[in-house]
Design a protein around this ligand. Structure first.
Ligand code: C5P
Length: 209
């Protein structure tokens, strides 16, 4: 069997994580949510009381992250996401995490990786590249609905401002900015449920293989 690497990129709350999990299951491949590697590094720094603006300290922490121990439940806090997006702008943090992510992708029959720079930097030779996006309003609404469904209080305009700030930071940084790879297939989920996005992705992948 030839190796199948599926690279999925896109902004926060576009649906790429759910899509990545479903595709990994459908193709029997391991899945890595690379956002968790940045989140785990950020959490380790916060827990240790270390500064978030010292690149050498952050890179040292990034080098110790164990991909096997990543758990979104522990890493989902808003404060961790914010800190992750700050340290993700540091080239030596990225170098260390990208190396671990590439090792994951190179192992076995293939893998599904999702993040911000998978098709452009981590796996530029991936057989399949998807760029999953949606309007900022729609993404903020999804976040809002998730929080309300948990029975917590939420402020839509604060969430929207947050989504926009994160987009600016991820798209505007010098090292590995978020953008679609030239050969990525675009999936706009603004008006599409996750099942429709999954079916569209499956059809695209089968047409490519
Ligand atoms: O996807 P998630 O929100 O968990 O990612 C947290 C942060 O990690 C993002 O805002 C982004 O700054 C960073 N990240 C990245 N490159 C990736 C994955 C995530 O820069 N491949």
């Amino acid at each position: 069997m030839t190796k199948l690497v599926i690279a999925i990129d896109g902004p926060a709350a576009a649906g790429k994580g759910t899509l990545a999990r479903k595709l990994a299951e459908a193709f029997g491949l391991p899945h890595l949510d690379t956002g968790l590697t940045y989140r785990a590094t950020a959490k380790a720094l916060l827990d240790a009381g270390k500064p978030l603006d010292d690149e050498a300290v952050a890179a040292d922490m990034a080098a110790r992250i164990d991909l096997a121990g990543l758990d979104r439940n522990i890493l989902s806090a808003h404060q961790i996401g914010e800190a992750a997006s700050k340290i993700a702008a540091m080239p030596s943090v990225r170098r260390s995490l990208v190396e671990a992510q590439r090792r994951f992708a190179d192992n076995g029959d293939g893998a599904v990786l999702d993040g911000r720079d998978i098709g452009t930097v981590v796996c530029p030779d991936a057989a399949v590249k998807l760029y999953v996006t949606a309007d900022a309003q729609v993404r903020a609404r999804r976040r809002y609905d998730e929080i309300i469904a948990r029975g917590e209080a939420a402020d839509f305009s604060a969430i929207l401002a947050d989504v926009q700030r994160r987009d600016e930071r991820d798209m505007g940084r010098k090292d590995s900015p978020l953008r679609p790879a030239d050969d990525a297939h675009l999936l706009d989920t603004s008006k599409m449920g996750i099942e429709a996005a999954f079916q569209a992705a499956i059809a695209y992948i089968h047409a490519r293989l």
